[in-house]
Unconditional design. Structure first.
Length: 396
């Protein structure tokens, strides 16, 4: 039998019947006994049944940028230009800042001159060595030849050093243009033209953030994880082909993109007893921004369980979920074990069984052990409780 559950409202005719009964009691006894026996409490009940329903958990999460880079200078100098527009998308390699490069151009020229001098010294030393090798034994000793070879090696080493200095000078000149290392949205610059900056300074010049895709980091307790595993191993929870990950935004609207598990948790926090895992969502319209707190619903599979309307339950301050069941003309309060919700009903795996009569109406005056008069009711999709007979006559 398929039905939907929402919050419950008492039928009007029961209220009328109660008023008429009260009036008759007043006329039958001129002086009613205060606190006397008023008879059984009318209680609307439905018969519970098992159903195969999706098993899901909802977890709070926090949005984290897919990539985020703080931009810092790698050379000393003065900012000469900021060519980008804040808040706009920049591509990888776009120039964000320019530093005055006159000094670095001079350093390159000096390094090039040093390389040329070293090359000339190597050429001269090699010529001397070649001449000494030809004249060895005719006025040139073996010692002279060996000294010439050492001179060649020394000059080559100086050439290598000069080339390294030239490469560094050219790198520093290139670093006067600061490029974006990623594609993303660039923030407002923290400096202006004319500001003096230093290499690898602590303060960033700006930040580039990639928002599409975006990560959502969520946490789940290790206890809950163990419970889910036990349900799977016991056959109560049938694992699905894959995880169905949906996201609810801060305004309560369900996000239209499905998520992908990026990194499962591998370590339990010693302070919170929970593990953290990361989910990735496409974010082409930038509806999700880093730092937002959102809710992720993870559908793990399906389970066969009793569906208990949320409106027929109450939750204590310690989190205990309870409901009333009609048993032999009395109300019996039960403690329920739930594993998430589906639509507007709790997925209950313990505390109540199929075929039992759940009290869904008259709960305001209900207490454990109270005498009740069960009345079969139906619950519409809009959450209105009606007499079962009225519901069946309407259908006919």
């Amino acid at each position: 039998m398929a039905y939907s559950f929402t919050y419950i409202y008492a039928p009007l005719k029961w209220i009328s019947a109660g008023l008429i009964s009260l009036a008759l009691s007043a006329s039958a006894s001129a002086q009613p006994m205060p606190g006397g026996d008023r008879g059984p409490i009318p209680a609307g009940v439905i018969t519970l049944s098992e159903a195969q329903v999706p098993f899901s958990v909802t977890l709070p999460g926090r949005a984290i940028a897919y990539e985020e880079v703080n931009i810092r200078p790698r050379v000393d100098g003065t900012i000469s230009e900021i060519p980008y527009e804040a808040g706009r998308k920049v591509e990888k390699g776009d120039v964000l800042f320019r530093i005055e490069g006159d000094t670095f151009e001079v350093d390159v020229a000096a390094a090039e001159a040093e390389v040329a001098r070293a090359e000339a010294a190597v050429t001269a030393a090699e010529a001397t060595l070649s001449r000494y090798e030809r004249l060895q034994g005719t006025g040139v000793t073996i010692e002279d030849v060996e000294n010439a070879r050492v001179t060649v090696l020394q000059n080559k080493a100086e050439l290598s050093s000069a080339n390294a200095k030239l490469k560094l000078a050219r790198l520093n000149l290139e670093r006067t243009e600061i490029h974006s290392p990623i594609t993303g949205i660039v923030a407002v610059p923290e400096v202006s033209v004319g500001a003096v900056v230093t290499a690898n300074q602590a303060d960033a010049l700006t930040t580039v953030t990639r928002l599409d895709p975006i990560y959502i980091d969520v946490e789940e307790s290790s206890k809950r994880l163990a419970e889910v595993r036990a349900l799977m191993e016991g056959g109560t929870l049938q694992r699905g082909e894959g995880l169905d990950l949906t996201l609810t935004l801060e305004n309560g609207v369900q996000y239209d993109q499905k998520g992908t598990l990026e990194s499962p948790g591998t370590r339990v926090s010693t302070t919170t007893g929970s593990f953290e895992f990361r989910i990735r969502f496409d974010n082409p319209e930038r509806h999700i921004l880093p730092g937002q707190f959102l809710r992720v619903e993870i559908e793990l599979g399906t389970t066969r369980a009793v569906m208990v309307p949320q409106g027929a339950t109450s939750r204590a301050a310690d989190g205990t979920l309870t409901a009333f069941v009609a048993v032999d003309g009395k109300a019996e309060q039960r403690e329920l074990t739930e594993h998430g919700s589906y639509q507007n009903a709790w997925i209950v795996t313990d505390g109540i069984a199929p075929g039992e009569a759940l009290i869904v109406d008259g709960l305001m005056a209900m207490r454990d052990g109270a005498d009740i008069q069960p009345v079969s009711v139906e619950i519409s999709e809009n959450g209105v409780v009606t007499d079962a007979k009225d519901a069946s006559s309407d259908e006919s």
